[in-house]
Write a protein that binds this ligand. Structure first.
Ligand code: ATP
Ligand code: MG
Length: 444
């Protein structure tokens, strides 16, 4: 298995995590619009810069990198190739597709010194078609072609909302597929939908796939992937008996078209959207392939995934008003090791932190050590719990015994076991953890 290596701080004392400490008698507000948004700000995961624009601080970036690693692995399995297109696309292309007018007010634009106008891309159908139009000749042997990128997208949203949920700058994975005809394009479409299902299963939060609205992208067939949540701005209609599901923007029905049973209505967050575009963009932008003497327009699909929105949505679904919770596969670190407090009886057991860190690193379980030894274990436990690390290992009183024992806390399930080093190895060998990301040696 190949690993994405990230070199990062793995000592809490050195970590840039500006925690907004609450006064002891603070009352935590309930019923706020999004509990996780406030916690992500308070726990130094993200920071607002402008309306709808956020910095991902080191822990936030780690979550994104883990999600990207899962996406890359699924895209590679689906035969897609990763690339990177420029942020700016000439407004002339957006004119050619007709979208400069239709979504004009949502576009961020800039002018260069020659007064040439560029669009900060909200999506890349124009740019990818232009790329292929300049390559002659693409033949049916080259198809299907599947190209994707993970990059920032810009939309001057009317109402930016709840941090990463609806930003004006956000990270999207966008995949574009090219086929010879509609039947092949439909096959490709089905395969990519399967890899989306596989990805969402790995994230591990229940989702629904519904018939989607064409929106600003258009095309002949589309599906959306949603997380059900009260803070969602979409409404999806689900049939409990036959599984039919649709965005209420497409059809606003009370009973199912297929089986006539009642449809239930739910607020939902759209996190992914797939479109079978046919030749909607390839024709006006001249993205063609050679099949016989005459070039034909490529038959396209496009597949978006809002990565920063997925992060905001899953953390909202799993968290409470008091503590952040992440899917195990996305948590900024899997394990936080708490070292003994300075001056405590068990201080002599402190070197075990390093040993356990090394072992977990070998197992590709990424781990951070909370070495703020001036703070009590209780205080550090509070921070680790609030930040949402799935597992906490405490080097506590029994660590200085002749047969040293350590506490493993499974934070999500509120369980604790006491075990030795062997036991720690067995325990983490059996955990379902995203091991696609490996960190470098400990930074001491
Ligand atoms: P919405 O209806 O929520 O505005 P959309 O349908 O316009 O979204 P698409 O054009 O389908 O969005 O973009 C693909 C994906 O990008 C969406 O499914 C969503 O996950 C993500 N996305 C779109 N707009 C934003 C945004 N402003 N902030 C964060 N993620 C976004
Ligand atoms: Mg959409």
């Amino acid at each position: 298995m190949s690993h994405n290596i990230i070199n990062n701080i793995n000592r809490v004392s050195k970590l840039f995590q500006p925690i907004n400490t609450l006064p002891k008698d603070a009352v935590i507000k309930s019923g706020v619009a999004s509990k996780s948004y406030n916690l992500m700000l308070d726990m130094g995961i993200i920071r607002q810069v402008n309306s709808g624009m956020y910095s991902l601080l080191p822990l936030g970036l780690r979550v994104l990198q883990k999600l990207e690693a899962l996406v890359d692995s699924e895209m590679t399995k689906a035969g897609a190739q990763k690339m990177l297109l420029p942020i700016l696309t000439s407004a002339t292309l957006w004119n050619r597709s007709g979208r400069l007018k239709t979504i004009g007010s949502e576009l961020f634009t800039v002018e260069d010194r020659h007064k040439k106008l560029y669009v900060l891309n909200p999506t890349y159908e124009e740019a990818i078609c232009e790329l292929l139009a300049g390559i002659i000749p693409i033949t049916s042997k080259d198809l299907p072609l599947k190209l994707y990128q993970i990059s920032r997208k810009w939309r001057d949203e009317m109402k930016p909302r709840l941090g990463l949920l609806r930003g004006r700058e956000f990270v999207m994975k966008d995949l574009y597929t090219f086929d010879t005809n509609l039947e092949n394009a439909q096959n490709t479409y089905n395969k990519i939908c399967e890899s989306y299902d596989s990805l969402f299963k790995q994230i591990g939060v229940d989702y629904v796939k519904v018939i989607g609205a064409a929106g600003i992208i258009g095309g002949s067939l589309s599906h959306e992937y949603h997380y059900l949540s009260d803070i969602g701005e979409d409404t999806v209609l689900l049939c409990q008996s036959c599984g039919y599901s649709v965005n209420s923007e497409v059809l606003n029905l009370s009973s199912c078209l297929k089986c006539n049973n009642n449809l239930s209505s739910h607020s939902a967050i759209e996190v992914g959207h797939t479109f079978l575009l046919d030749t909607k963009y390839s024709k006006p932008l001249n993205a063609t392939f050679l099949d016989g003497p005459k070039p034909k327009p490529l038959v396209m699909g496009c597949f978006g995934l809002g990565l920063t929105r997925i992060i905001a949505a899953v953390v909202e679904i799993l968290s409470t008003n008091e503590v952040l919770r992440w899917p195990n596969n996305l948590a900024p670190f899997n394990v936080c090791i708490l070292t003994p407090k300075k001056g405590s009886k068990e201080e002599i057991a402190a070197p075990y932190a390093e040993q356990i860190f090394g072992i977990l690193n070998e197992l590709n379980v990424d781990t951070i050590i909370d070495d703020r030894i001036h703070l009590t274990i209780g205080r550090r436990m509070f921070d680790a719990n609030r930040t949402g690390y799935p597992f906490i290992i405490v080097i506590g009183k029994t660590a200085s015994n002749q047969n040293p024992m350590f506490e493993i806390h499974d934070v999500k399930n509120s369980t604790r076991i006491d075990t030795n080093i062997e036991g720690i190895i067995n325990y983490f060998n059996n955990q379902d953890i995203n091991r696609e990301i490996k960190q470098n040696e400990a930074v001491v």
